[in-house]
Design a protein around this ligand. Structure first.
Ligand code: GRF
Length: 191
């Protein structure tokens, strides 16, 4: 049984899906949610699902090395880190400590629409501005750069002519729900 720590900054629908998926047993379970925002809705979701969460200040989460964060992860015997709507850059010390064991979900088809500043509505707005007719999700390993690292899975959905960033985000969330936990599970079980 592998132990997962989820890093999340906001709403937490992906965090919830992953917690629920692995609460049924199987290869892993979510031991901890780490968040940088005390008022993030993901904290309420974690509490309702009985998963402990810790809020750490931004300075700690981006420091090199993030001493408190590393010891928290070790205390919870973390095997894999899942980034589920986490907006801060992962410190190099964490990438080094968890090589091939940090997984992110990006709400577009990388390598397009990735990189600094490409998060949340900004991504969907950029997809619409570019006139794309297809968007999707990219589930990938994390290395020292934003939205880089080996792709584990991509899935697509249409972009409709009358889409807004909100309507596209909602279609992308459906896709995330279908794929994220399963891809994480498959990756972990193959290791
Ligand atoms: C998701 O679209 C995810 O792909 C991206 O941030 C969003 C987070 O949504 N990284 P939620 O907080 O999981 O609801």
């Amino acid at each position: 049984m592998k132990n997962l720590a989820i890093f999340a900054s906001g709403n937490g629908s992906n965090a919830q899906n992953i917690i629920e998926h692995f609460s049924k047993g199987g290869t892993a379970r979510v031991k901890l949610v780490i968040c940088n925002k005390p008022d993030a809705y993901v904290l309420q979701r974690a509490a309702a699902l009985g998963v402990p969460s810790v809020v750490l200040p931004r300075q700690e989460l981006v420091s090199e090395p993030p001493v408190e964060l590393l010891s928290l992860l070790a205390e919870h015997s973390t095997d894999y880190i899942i980034l589920a709507g986490y907006l801060l850059k992962i410190p190099a010390a964490i990438v080094e400590a968890y090589p091939g064991r940090i997984i992110n979900i990006h709400p577009a088809l990388l390598p397009k629409f990735g990189g600094k500043g490409m998060y949340g509505k900004h991504v969907h707005q950029a997809v619409l501005d570019a006139g794309e007719t297809v968007s999707g999700i990219t589930i990938h390993l994390v290395d020292a750069h934003y939205d880089n690292g080996t792709y584990l899975h991509q899935a697509t959905c249409p972009v409709l002519p009358d889409d807004t960033p909100d309507s596209l985000a909602s279609r992308i969330h459906t896709l995330e729900k279908e794929h994220f936990a399963e891809v994480v599970e498959r990756y972990i079980s193959q290791k």
